[in-house]
Design a protein around this ligand. Structure first.
Ligand code: NAD
Ligand code: TYD
Length: 351
């Protein structure tokens, strides 16, 4: 281990953004060790990481961040020089029906990581803590305006409230203990490996299976979509060059209403699959309680400070994404059936 001067723990590396991040970082920085700390909830899938699983500078640690002792053992083993913290319960609808897991993982889990980071720094070994958060902490916008880094927090769901609490804990560890932290608040991501309970993969999977496409309420809610690779590039930049104690908003300037987005996906499927129009499957259903009307990010701070700009246009990214899910039906099914757990047992338990 000590042959690696930099040892970076990525929590939640088997999830959607974490796996896209690892698939990018591990081959890019061959002289750094990346340790994926993930307990593999329903949302974690090691199949995502097949391309790097046998790479020298990658390790997987099957650890629940709610468990302080297991995490402490991991810190002793690797003495990390950096943490990029993504592990979370991340689905708003699940937070409405079962908020407890969100409090435990998103708040207590983050607290455990911060405590261990603080103790390591106090014993003389430095590290940088990058907290990956969401724009949902800012609440809901009206028809105009954007979230900036100075927008007051106003979370509306147990998910966003738990992320807001974790953001505040991270801030407090910088202010109180001088921990080297950076926080990023990003808008909605889309792209490969997103669990098919989230809007875009759910619509593609349902359309393919000729199932209803459930649009909540009047479908006029607005999200600001960013291709996941652009988010990962921003994380890389902020982790390496962000100013200690700062927060950075990340977003793609791609505002679209849910109904327009679902119609767009249907038209792409009509082109790629035939058998349309898939719009016939659109079904308006009861609205989500506390449903935020509009999110939109002003990303000018990260653009000016670190020179980050998204590289994917929405037209290009969404077509690529629909095609990816059509090409990876096995992956989609593995999420539903839990096949990857079998894969996990075969890959790791026999070692
Ligand atoms: P995800 O749900 O796809 O993945 C979460 C991962 O964390 C999974 O691999 C899961 O197994 C792991 N995990 C959950 N609880 C854990 C625990 N107790 N211990 C260890 N591992 C655990 O989430 P995602 O969409 O990849 O989001 C990653 C992070 O980015 C989250 O913190 C989320 O709040 C933030 N974020 C997501 C988006 C988005 O659009 N998806 C946007 C902005 C910010
Ligand atoms: P989602 O992907 O759950 O992300 P978030 O709630 O974090 O923004 O949902 C994106 C938007 O799509 C949100 O406004 C809720 C809506 N939505 C539907 O209309 N139907 C669905 O089946 C889902 C999952 C979401």
């Amino acid at each position: 281990m000590s042959e690696y001067k930099e040892r970076i723990i990525i929590t939640g590396g088997a999830g959607f953004i974490g796996s896209n991040l690892l698939l990018n970082l591990v081959p890019t920085y061959r002289d750094r060790l990346f340790i994926n700390v993930d307990c593999l909830t329903y949302a974690g899938n090691l199949l995502n990481l097949k391309d790097i699983e046998n790479t020298d500078n990658y390790r997987f640690e099957h650890i629940d961040i709610r468990n302080y002792e297991s995490l402490a053992e991991c810190f002793r083993k690797y003495k990390p020089t950096g943490i990029i913290h993504l592990a979370a319960e991340s689905h708003v609808d699940r937070s409405i029906t079962g908020p407890a897991a969100f409090i435990e993982t998103n708040i207590i889990g983050t607290f455990n990581l911060l405590e261990l980071s603080r103790k390591q720094v106090e014993s003389g070994d430095n590290l940088r803590f990058h907290h990956v958060s969401t724009d949902e902490v800012f609440g809901s916008l009206g028809d105009t305006g954007f979230f900036t880094e100075d927008t007051p927090y106003s979370p509306n769901s147990p998910y966003s409230a738990s992320k807001a609490a974790s953001d505040h804990l991270v801030r407090s560890y910088h202010k109180t203990y001088g921990l080297d932290v950076v926080t990023t608040n990003c808008s909605n991501n889309y792209g490969p490996y997103q669990f098919p309970e989230k809007l875009i993969p759910l619509m593609i999977r349902n359309a393919r299976a000729e199932l209803p496409l459930p649009v909540y309420g009047d479908g006029q809610h607005v999200r600001d979509w960013l291709y996941v690779e652009d988010h990962c590039r921003a994380i890389d930049l902020v982790f390496h060059r962000g100013k200690s104690g700062e927060t950075y908003n990340i977003g793609g300037h791609n505002e679209i209403t849910n109904i327009e987005l679902v119609r767009l996906i249907c038209r792409i499927l009509d082109d790629l699959l035939g058998g349309g129009p898939y719009e016939r499957l659109i079904t308006f259903v009861k609205d989500r309680p506390g449903h935020d009307r509009r999110y939109a990010i002003d990303a000018s701070y990260i653009e000016h400070q670190l020179g980050w700009v998204p590289q994917h246009t929405f037209d290009n990214g969404i077509r690529k994404t629909v095609q990816w899910y059509l090409d990876h039906e096995d992956w989609l099914e593995s999420c539903i059936s839990g096949q990857y757990l079998k894969y996990y047992e075969e890959m790791y338990d026999k070692r």
